[in-house]
Design a protein around this ligand. Structure first.
Ligand SMILES: [Zn+2]
Length: 478
């Protein structure tokens, strides 16, 4: 009797081994901290290894241990260089991961900018942790440092879109996702013991249907399973014309001789804003005001956008954009001293600086110096998360705290809502229409539960696909 039971257990174990194990170890019910575990034929890999961002109760998750030992992971397949997808790679390395990190060439170059910056963020984050939290989790230093970043970068293997790469039982191919420079969706193929192959496609973050600057996303390839992001699973982007908002903003500061301050994310958004400003100046929609690009990180990323021209979607009539970036029309502010001088520079002019949510970086010095002057204007270009200075200003707080001091908000405030690098609900539903109709299941990941449920219902009703909403650490054997 005992032997029989043992045999039964053993065979169930072998069935599990012969299947592909998928575990949603991050971003299940969240929009940051993306990480999925793949396991087959004794090989373990991650798809993404992202940092949790946002309020303390979310970012504290970065300090929790991974479920599996880092030295048992053989590879990481990385979709793109946003920190919520790649930001914990150096921690994985610090804990013993010595495998390869496969990503596209532009992503590999972006990692050299993003990961040292992430180490800086974690250094600050460490100072914010409560003594109680540090004691409870035995935290004595920041999660990782620049030495861990250096080692991580040595393990990166850049690959081309469309190139097939084999790692153990996993064969992968990267497809353009239309999200930021280098962003990819990844098709993973693996052979089962019976000779059948199984294909699972990870969308990564999906770009909008009508992107400006970035190339259009490729249609998803044929697969048995799809893991689809769902950040905007219940919302459509505002149908507004960003050019109209910029014209209005520029005419306002021009008239008053003020500064237009544009907080912008360093990857993608800054370059998009510069491209819009270039086109509008060329069309004489706005005058040729001085434009200042004041963010060391955004400056380096902009150089990569120039380097990877073929990965940027600009019509040939607008190729002058790259010359514009290197002309006197754009002042690149590299050094801290120059940035300090810019704080005192009189308007009219346009300052593009980071961070996009005003949660750090040089933008804080420009806001501190100009927010109390009604001649100036602050123009937001993206989502402002809760508990950020950007959210406070955008919500119309009369007073805000900047670098430890309170300031009265007298500058005008406006926002462009339509420049998201993500597909909205309508785009995601259309994208799912390209899935293989013989698919076995769609998993919705990288989204809050409300948007995931909304999108799941819509996909099921429209295409009759079985849709799953995995919870944190849910495991599937495919
Ligand atoms: Zn992203």
């Amino acid at each position: 009797m005992l032997l029989k039971r043992f045999r039964k257990k053993k065979s169930a174990y072998h069935v599990a081994l012969s299947k592909l194990r998928v575990q949603f170890a991050g971003a299940a019910g969240q929009v940051t901290g993306s990480r999925t575990v793949l396991e087959h034929a004794s090989t373990r890999a991650y798809v993404d290894c992202g940092m949790y961002q946002g309020p303390r109760y979310i970012s504290d998750r970065n300090y929790l241990p991974f479920a599996e030992r880092a030295d048992t992971i053989q590879a990481v397949f990385l979709t793109h260089a946003h920190v919520d997808h790649c930001g914990l790679l150096p921690l994985l390395v610090k804990r013993g991961f010595r495998g390869k990190i496969f990503c596209t060439k532009p992503t590999a170059d972006l990692l050299e900018i993003v990961l040292p910056d992430a180490a800086g963020i974690l250094k600050e984050d460490f100072k914010d942790l409560s003594k109680k939290f540090k004691r409870k989790h035995s935290i004595e230093s920041p999660l990782y440092d620049t030495l861990d970043v250096e080692q991580t970068l040595k393990q990166v293997i850049p690959i081309a879109f469309g190139e097939e790469v084999t790692c153990g039982p996993f064969k992968t191919e990267y497809f353009r996702a239309g999200h930021i420079l280098g962003a990819a969706g990844i098709l993973v193929t693996t052979e089962k013991k019976n000779g059948e192959s199984i294909q699972i496609y990870f969308s990564g973050d999906v770009g909008p249907s009508h992107p400006i600057l970035h190339p259009k996303k490729e249609n998803p390839p044929k697969a048995d399973y799809y893991v689809l992001e769902s950040t905007y699973g219940d919302r459509n982007h505002t149908k507004e014309n960003p050019e109209e908002i910029i014209v209005e903003a520029v005419s306002r500061i021009l008239h008053r001789k003020g500064m237009l301050i544009i907080p912008a994310f360093s990857i993608g958004r800054t370059q998009l804003i510069l491209y819009l400003l270039y086109k509008m100046q060329e069309k004489k929609m706005i005058p040729e005001l001085p434009i200042y690009l004041d963010s060391p990180m955004a400056l380096r990323v902009t150089e990569l956008y120039e380097m990877y021209k073929s990965e940027v979607n600009i019509p040939s009539k607008d190729f002058g954009f790259f010359a514009f970036l290197n002309s006197r029309r754009v002042t690149k502010v590299y050094h801290a001293e120059e940035s300090k001088r810019l704080v005192e520079t009189p308007g009219p002019g346009i300052i593009v600086s980071a961070s996009g949510m005003c949660s750090g970086g040089r933008i804080l010095f420009h806001l501190r110096s100009r927010i109390e002057d009604p001649r100036n204007m602050i123009l937001f270009t993206g989502y402002q998360a809760e508990e950020t200075l950007g959210r406070d200003i955008l919500e119309g707080h009369a007073r805000v705290s900047i670098l430890g001091r309170e300031y009265v908000v007298r500058a005008s405030v406006a926002a462009i809502q339509s420049l998201s690098a993500h597909a909205d609900f309508h785009d995601l539903l259309g994208y799912a229409g390209h899935f293989n109709y013989q698919l076995k299941k769609v998993f919705l990941n990288h989204g809050l539960d409300g948007p995931r449920q909304h999108l799941a219902k819509a996909i099921h009703e429209k295409y009759h696909f079985p849709v799953e909403i995995p919870s944190y650490l849910d495991t599937y054997y495919l």
